[in-house]
Design a protein around this ligand. Structure first.
Ligand SMILES: Nc1ncnc2c1ncn2[C@@H]1O[C@H](COP(=O)(O)OP(=O)(O)O)[C@@H](O)[C@H]1O
Ligand SMILES: [Mg+2]
Length: 247
């Protein structure tokens, strides 16, 4: 049975790299160091889908909604054109914000739940409520690292697994933004790499002693025979575009 495909609207990426798009329902990791345009790219994908009538939800945890909107405006994207189809859930105040939500709707959470379980429950309830009300098809979580920090996972492996299962049950296509792990990272801290259905790497590649080029590589996309070659990533006149990298 074939599933629908989600377009990224990045020129040269959907057809040449993804052979059509991202299979609906996938959980895709957008991984890269700071400044590699992870947030820009995730917002861009949801924005262009929203313009075409596919609603999304952008959950921001690292920067507040105002900062995000200011940034995407500087990229030439008109967020006001999609404010209904692409609401932003601002959790940038972190744990405090979720704690307030727990206090407000605390009665719905199990009294025996630990604090972390209650925070997770309230976050899921909020997203589910928006899913019911807005029927969004695309979800971005910016970032997975920030979410993990707020929720203070004690059993990282089990909680990451549980969260991915929950995302899949939600029935949407999701993008998890994640920082490039350091070289000293324990392999056990990479559950999300094998749990995800797709991984898109963003990099700033030195091309001379002083010049850098943006690069994008789709290293994994389940059920797609994707092209894993490195591409240069260009952002011009409000459009992302990829081109073959000349090595
Ligand atoms: N108008 C623009 N055109 C191209 N690149 C831009 C523009 N405005 C900002 N940037 C780039 O976007 C980067 C930040 O993007 P962002 O998506 O926030 O990165 P990340 O989420 O990976 O940290 C900046 O470092 C800057 O290089
Ligand atoms: Mg970011």
């Amino acid at each position: 049975m074939s599933r629908g495909l989600v377009k990224t609207h990045i020129r040269g990426f959907d057809d040449d790299v993804l052979r059509g798009g991202i299979p609906q329902g996938h959980v895709v990791l957008i991984r890269g160091a700071s400044g590699t345009m992870k947030s820009s790219l995730a917002y861009y994908v949801l924005y262009h889908n929203a313009l075409e009538g596919v609603p999304g939800l952008y959950v921001t945890l690292e920067q507040n909604a105002g900062g995000l909107l200011e940034h995407v405006a500087s990229l030439g994207l008109k967020a006001t054109a999609v404010s209904d189809a692409l609401p932003i859930l601002d959790l940038s105040r972190g744990r405090d914000h979720l704690e307030e939500m727990v206090a407000k709707i605390g009665s719905m959470t199990d009294a025996t739940a630990t604090r972390d379980e209650a925070l997770m429950a309230v976050l899921k309830a909020k997203v589910l409520e928006l899913r019911r009300r807005r029927n969004f098809q695309l979800l971005a979580i910016d970032s997975w690292d920030a979410l993990e920090l707020i929720l203070e996972f004690r059993d990282r492996r089990a909680e990451t697994f549980g969260f991915f299962e929950w995302l899949r049950d939600l029935g949407v296509t999701s993008f998890l933004i994640s920082e490039e792990p350091g070289l000293d990272i324990a392999p056990t801290a990479l559950e999300e790499e094998f749990l995800s259905d797709g991984i898109v790497h963003l990099r700033l590649e030195p091309v001379t002693d002083t010049a850098f080029q943006r690069r994008v590589q789709c290293v994994k996309m389940r059920s797609v025979n994707q092209d894993s070659d490195d591409r240069t990533l260009l952002f011009e006149n409000g459009r992302f575009e990829v081109a073959r990298a000349i090595g």
